[in-house]
Design a protein around this ligand. Structure first.
Ligand code: ATP
Length: 266
C-alpha cells in the first residue's frame, strides 16, 4: 500500500479542516486529487508528508506507519513539487544544479555531485525534453520551464511517491500540454513512482490517472476509478452547479450547463 489514511481528521482552532478522511492508494495506481479552493488538499498533502499531525485517525505511507517510523527517511522517498518549493529556490542557480540538488533534498547545492549524478541530471532533463535548459539560471526560466526543471529535480531522488501539486497553474495552453505530456511519460516508465496529481481543473486529468478523489469542504466527496468519478451527474452534484462533461481522446472537458442555475455574486 502506498498511502493508507484511516479516518483522518485535522482540527485547528475549533475548525475541522479535514473530516474523517479514509483514502487508500495501491501500488500501480496513479491518483488525481481534485477539489475547490479551501477544500483541504494542501492540508492532506502536509499530513501525508508528516509536516502536520492528524487530530484523529492513522496514516501509513509506503508501508510505514506514522508514529513508528523515521519521517525524514520516509520523506527521501517522496517527491513533492509545489509552488511553495518554487518560491524557496534561488534564482541565480543553474537549472542543472537545481535538478542535482534533488538528490540531496536541499535548496541549493552544497554537496559535490559525482559524474554519475551529473549524467543522471542531464538524462532526466533530456527525458523530459528540456536539455537545452541545463545552463540557464532559474530566474530566467518561464513558468512552464520551471515546472519541468522541478519535476526533473523531484525525479533525481528516484522517489517511490511523486506528488505534483497544481503543476500547471499559470501555464498557457501549450505549456500546460507539454507539462502534462511529460507527466504521462513518467507514468509509462516501468519503475514509475506512484503519482498524486493535485488540480482544480478537470481538463488536466490524464488517462494515466487511474483513480480520482474529489475533496469537498474537508471531506471525501467521492473516490473511485476516474471514468466513474468524472461524470456529468457526479460533477454537477459536486459543484452544486449544472456542468457537462465531454470525453475526447481520453481527456475530460467540462463546460457550464444551464447558466441560469449558477449562483452568481450580486
Ligand atoms: N493552520 C491553519 N489554521 C487555520 N485554518 C487553516 C490552517 N491551515 C489551513 N486552514 C484552512 O483550512 C482550509 C483548507 O485549506 P487548504 O490549504 O488545505 O485547502 P486547499 O484545498 O489546498 O486550497 P487551495 O486549492 O486554495 O490551495 C482553508 O479554509 C484554510 O484557510
Amino acid at each position: 500500500m502506498v498511502i493508507d489514511l484511516q479516518n483522518v481528521s485535522f482540527q485547528r482552532e475549533k475548525r475541522m479542516i479535514l473530516k474523517d478522511v479514509t483514502w487508500r492508494v495501491q501500488a500501480g495506481e496513479h491518483w488525481c486529487l481534485a477539489g475547490l479552493n479551501g477544500s483541504g488538499k494542501t492540508t492532506l498533502l502536509n499530513l501525508i508528508n508528516g509536516y502536520i499531525w492528524p487530530t484523529t485517525g492513522s496514516i501509513s505511507v509506503l508501508g510505514k506507519k506514522f508514529g513508528e517510523c523515521d519521517l525524514r527517511e520516509l520523506r527521501r522517498q517522496i517527491g513533492w513539487v509545489s509552488t511553495s518549493l518554487q518560491e524557496r529556490l534561488h534564482g541565480h542557480e543553474l537549472a542543472e544544479r537545481i535538478v542535482l540538488s534533488g538528490k540531496f533534498a536541499s535548496i541549493g547545492l552544497y554537496e559535490q555531485p559525482d559524474q554519475t549524478d551529473v549524467g543522471q541530471a542531464a538524462a532526466l532533463l533530456s527525458f523530459l525534453g528540456c536539455e537545452e535548459l541545463r545552463k540557464r539560471t532559474y530566474a530566467t526560466l518561464s513558468q512552464g520551464e520551471r515546472q519541468k526543471v522541478l519535476i526533473a529535480r523531484a525525479l533525481m531522488a528516484s522517489p517511490r511517491l511523486l506528488i505534483l501539486d497544481e503543476p500547471c497553474t499559470g501555464l498557457d495552453l501549450i505549456a500546460r500540454e507539454q507539462v502534462l505530456s511529460m507527466i504521462r511519460k513518467i507514468t509509462e516508465q516501468p519503475d514509475a513512482p506512484t503519482l498524486i496529481y493535485v488540480t482544480h481543473h478537470i481538463e488536466e486529468i490524464l488517462p494515466c490517472f487511474t483513480h480520482t478523489l474529489l475533496l469537498k469542504n474537508g471531506e471525501v466527496y467521492t473516490t473511485g476509478r476516474t471514468p466513474e468519478v468524472l461524470t456529468t451527474e457526479r460533477l454537477s452534484h459536486f459543484y452544486e452547479t449544472p456542468v457537462e462533461i465531454q470525453q475526447k481522446s481520453g481527456r475530460y472537458w467540462i463546460s457550464l450547463g444551464d447558466c441560469a442555475k449558477i449562483p452568481m455574486i450580486k
